[in-house]
Structure formats: C-alpha cells, structure tokens
Design a protein. Structure first.
Length: 152
C-alpha cells in the first residue's frame, strides 16, 4: 500500500498551492501522524506500492529543457536563457510559472478516493483512478505561450 499526501485547508496557501495538490508519496509503513501532518489529507492506496504511484506521476511529467539564444557567434556576450516545456501537441512553450507541486488530485472524486483505499477494488480500476491525476504546468495560461523559434 502507498500513501499520498495532499494539500488540505490546514496547509492551503493560495499564492503557492491549491487544495488536492500532491505534496509527497510514502510507503504504507511510514507513519504520517502528529502535528506535522495535521493540516494535510492522506489518501491510502491499497494494492499499489510507492514505486507504482511514482511511475504514474513520472509518466505525466512533460519534457522540459533550457533554451539558449546566442546573439553573436565568435564574440563574448551574455546569453539569454529560458525554461521551456513540451505540451501535449508536441510544441515547445515558455515555462513562466512552475507550480510548487506539479500534480493534483483535483479531478478525483470522493468516491474514487475511497475506492483507492478499498482492498476489494480491482487494480485496473485503481489504475484508471490514478490516471486522472492532473499535471499542473499546462493549467497556467502564461505557460501555454508557444516559442516560435523552437517549433517547426
């Protein structure tokens, strides 16, 4: 079993996070109690281990790169550099606002959260629920501006 720690009302800071942002993933033998976890929500995922959950999240990470603009060849200069990411259409976009927590449970219902903890729910159903985890870079409009020079 794995445990997914989410932002909840006790840890909400609207300038840097949102309700249901994934803060961390832990194995079931890690005790997530005490005042340090009081403001978070912990979701238990039966029949799925820490590695499986990490694999799901890793598959959702968009490709990111650093692009460099070299204004003049064979001359010392300062180079302009920017972070970019590849969107679902395969186009490079500016990465202006990187979210503190890149994934969210925002599209997973309360019933689905209960299903994740239920030992009787099948692994394919759990996988379908976990597939609804949202990658957040694309949610910010400023991150969706295409970089014309990097796209064919």
């Amino acid at each position: 079993m794995a445990q997914i720690v989410l932002i909840d009302t006790g840890t909400l800071n609207t300038e840097v996070n949102a309700i249901d942002d994934i803060v961390e993933i832990q194995a079931n033998d890690v005790e997530l109690t005490g005042p340090g976890y009081a403001g978070y929500r912990v979701i238990f995922v039966a029949k799925r281990n820490l590695g499986t959950i990490r694999d799901v999240l890793n598959s959702k990470h968009p490709e990111k790169q650093t692009a460099v603009n070299i204004p003049v060849a064979n001359q010392w200069c300062f180079m302009e550099e920017k972070r970019v990411w590849k969107n679902a259409s395969g186009l490079w976009c500016d990465l202006i606002n990187r979210p503190k927590y890149p994934f969210s449970f925002q599209d997973i219902t309360e019933a689905e959260r209960d299903d994740l903890a239920d030992e009787e729910v099948t692994i394919p159903i759990k996988n379908a629920i976990l597939d609804k985890i949202v990658e957040k870079i694309h949610l910010d409009a400023e991150n969706n501006v295409e970089v014309a020079d990097l796209n064919p």
